[in-house]
Design a protein around this ligand. Sequence first.
Ligand code: NAD
Ligand code: UDP
Length: 325
Amino acid sequence: MPEIKRILVTGGAGFLGSHICERLVAEGHDVICLDNFFTSQKSNIVHLLNKPNFELIRHDVTLPIFLEVDQVYHMACPAAPGHYQFNAIKTIKTSVMGSINMLGMAKRCGAKILLASTSEIYGDPEVHPQPESYRGSVNPIGPRACYDEGKRVAETLFMDYHRQNKVNIRIVRIFNTYGPRMHPYDGRVVSNFIRQAITGKDITIFGDGSQTRSFCYRDDLVEGIIRTMNAPDSFIGPVNIGNPGEFTIGELAEMVIKQTGAASKIVNRPLPQDDPTRRRPDITLAKEKLQWQPKIPLQEGLQKTIDWFKSIDLSNYRPPTPNYV
Ligand code: NAD
Ligand code: UDP
């Protein structure tokens, strides 16, 4: 029987956070989900609310909070470009002040804390594929900087709390992840293409579609994150968790059209500033230290995601409200 732990999941109502909560509740842990619902909705966790080992707190991580926990999955942060650029200053505050508040709490209660970092810390990479040793190429004054630099500072804070205060940390660099419960209006490429295809709209490729991304299905990702948290204390990361299968955005559009059977046509829109030209994780470290590698190929994961998009009522989902501060 595994030891029951008190586990906090910040951003626990979000796409990835809700799946982590679900898994930890099923394992019998005492789970606290903390979220301000900026980019998520209660429907992601409503099925957990009647579980005796699940608790929901509406709170913003930029403000301190005092809880007694054994582990923290620090996932809170808007992740899609449209969401994190909606209020760029708030995004930086969420990464920086949120991390300081959670690290302070972890230090006080002696909790182990994991940061959901990102492949965006590599920016528009000159090294391909990207190993953890690559220091990245981020434009510090561009429209993506609030997210990229916020996460880079969060990584720095995690390392400094570890070195200075002996906080037991883990850092995971997550590459583009998709699957059921992604916000249908988050503006990310997988959600846009599927929503556009199943509603008979044009599929919007930004630029000429030759830029690449590597897409990881959410179950593989959650497994990688949980393995990192439970790795021996000698392994704190940073570790890349992502699927090394690399696709152009044009190829993704063709796959979505084929798998949905949509009659949509492809239209080209301007490429956003600083859009990375290519991205692919080097997962050697995850294989060696965590015995982890993704199992679900894009075609299979896309089908599960398409089926989920078809099963939901899109009118229940809204982009973040304009008066959000
Ligand atoms: P998401 O937007 O679905 O989840 C983020 C959650 O954090 C939401 O529930 C949101 O309401 C909450 N949140 C945002 N700001 C908050 C604040 N100030 N206080 C409290 N809660 C707040 O996104 P996701 O895809 O589930 O991403 C989860 C984490 O993983 C993020 O930290 C993101 O940066 C990281 N990540 C995700 C991806 C990906 O492809 N999905 C890639 C790299 C990194
Ligand atoms: N993209 C696109 N059409 C869309 C949404 C996104 O062509 O409707 C492109 C975007 O320009 C980028 C890639 O798809 O090159 C991935 O975008 P996303 O916002 O999903 O993630 P990120 O750029 O943060 O990796």
